[in-house]
Design a protein around this ligand. Structure first.
Ligand code: ATP
Length: 267
């Protein structure tokens, strides 16, 4: 995939008035937004406000009970899985990889949508797999088994699998989970680079400092609705922290970063 190709397509994945509930339990209420090629959009908000549910809807894994999730004007859930996998990839929170699988094979799963039934590992596949492993610093783990990895090592391998897919749109659910400081920033830099290369990146993040540093735009969710949307400076205000998280904070800007500390933490 080239940047030119993405920009020509002006990738647009969007929710239009989407509502969703698990059984009788309503989770999302008339949520609308778009993500565009070339931007990193962060979705933040308290536990249980519906962030992961939004990513599952965007990935076509679940269908809205009202409204539509559209990829280039088509309902995403109606697009055949293999075709959809060339357009978007989801790094989910949970890991379903078999414990006995080798890391290299796990990363290679990202190439599934590009393979015909009767071929494996073309030079193009190998280029993407090797590049993804290099970017996530997991080359040395290639021959280890999934079940032998630490939480952070596994998360980096799963992100490598996501990158190997070479999709236009990356949906990342708490991608920095389990990662140490160095690898948190390295992963977010990779996500940023993906956006700069013309991909659309949506990341659910809990760390608001990360969101302020890396996101072009932030959606702040509260109880299944969008409470605020805009630039980090517009969204991550003291007033919003109190209204949405129920915590009074002091905000400290450091360059692009906005750090919120609980009021009283500096006493
Ligand atoms: N499979 C499911 N069946 C029933 N309820 C679910 C299911 N998955 C999530 N929920 C509920 O839907 C709501 C939203 O969940 P979701 O995982 O989208 O929240 P979230 O904002 O990603 O939370 P967190 O920050 O804790 O990861 C929660 O109340 C949760 O308990």
């Amino acid at each position: 995939m080239t940047t030119a190709r993405i920009q020509e397509q002006e990738t647009a994945l969007g929710l239009r008035q989407v509502s969703f509930g698990y059984g009788a339990h309503p989770v999302l209420d008339a949520v609308s937004f778009n993500v565009r090629a070339g931007e990193l959009l962060a979705i933040v908000g308290p536990n249980g406000c519906g962030k992961s549910t939004i990513l599952k809807l965007m990935a076509g894994l679940i269908r809205p009970s009202a409204g539509e999730v559209l990829l280039d004007d088509l309902p995403v859930a109606s697009i055949p899985r293999r075709k959809l996998a060339r357009r978007l990839t989801l790094l989910a929170q949970s890991n379903e990889a078999p414990e006995a699988m080798l890391v290299r094979d796990l990363v290679g799963l990202g190439r599934f949508s590009h393979e015909g039934w009767l071929r494996r590992d073309t030079p193009e596949d190998r280029r993407h797999i090797d590049g993804a492993m290099r970017r996530m610093d997991v080359e040395a783990l290639a021959d280890r088994r999934v079940g032998e990895l630490s939480g952070g090592q596994l998360q980096r391998c799963r992100m490598a699998m996501t990158l190997a897919q070479d999709a236009d749109i990356l949906l990342l659910d708490e991608p920095t989970n389990h990662l140490d400081l160095k690898h948190q920033y390295a992963l977010l830099e990779v996500a940023r680079t993906q956006a700069l290369a013309g991909r659309a990146v949506v990341a659910v993040l809990h760390d608001l400092t990360h969101a302020s540093l890396h996101a072009d735009r932030i959606i702040l969710m509260s109880e299944g609705r969008i409470a605020a949307e805009g630039s980090p400076a517009d969204v991550l205000t003291v007033e919003m922290m109190e209204a949405v998280y129920g915590i009074r904070t002091v905000a400290m800007p450091f360059g692009r970063a906005i750090v919120h500390l609980p009021e009283g933490a500096l006493r």
